[in-house]
Design a protein. Sequence first.
Length: 163
Amino acid sequence: MSGEPKRIPDFARALGSVPSGLFIATAGTGDAATGALVSFVQQVGFEPPCVTVAIKQGRPLEALVRDGGRFCISVLDDSSMMLLKHFAAGFEPGQPAFEGVETALDDAGVPYLGDALSWMSCKVVGEAAGWTDHVLFCGAVEAGARRDDAPPMVHVRRNGLSY
């Protein structure tokens, strides 16, 4: 029956219970820079300090990270709803991603969000692709700062099979 809601498989509900943060990943420089809302970010090492970010294949952000070898991660908190909404859909190449948003630049010229809870500037040290619909980039954290001790925004999905 088409009128009945689709049942979410038990494993999808279990997968959805894995908490994640909400972040804005940025890459590129100048007019080519862009950003997108991402939730798959994780610290993966101490020496050197590294984080991974998973970016859906085919997004303009993926090519900019790969081509530039750098990305920034801006961590959102509960005061960041405007940033979350602004970056939720992503941006097409050439579309201005940062209009009306306070930004600063890392030492390589990659923008990060000035109103975010914290930010990290990363140099790509590895990439893994081919086994899921996302590309996993590993970046060595070279710079960053935190605005205050507010807790980061945490996201728990109802269904682990979609955003």
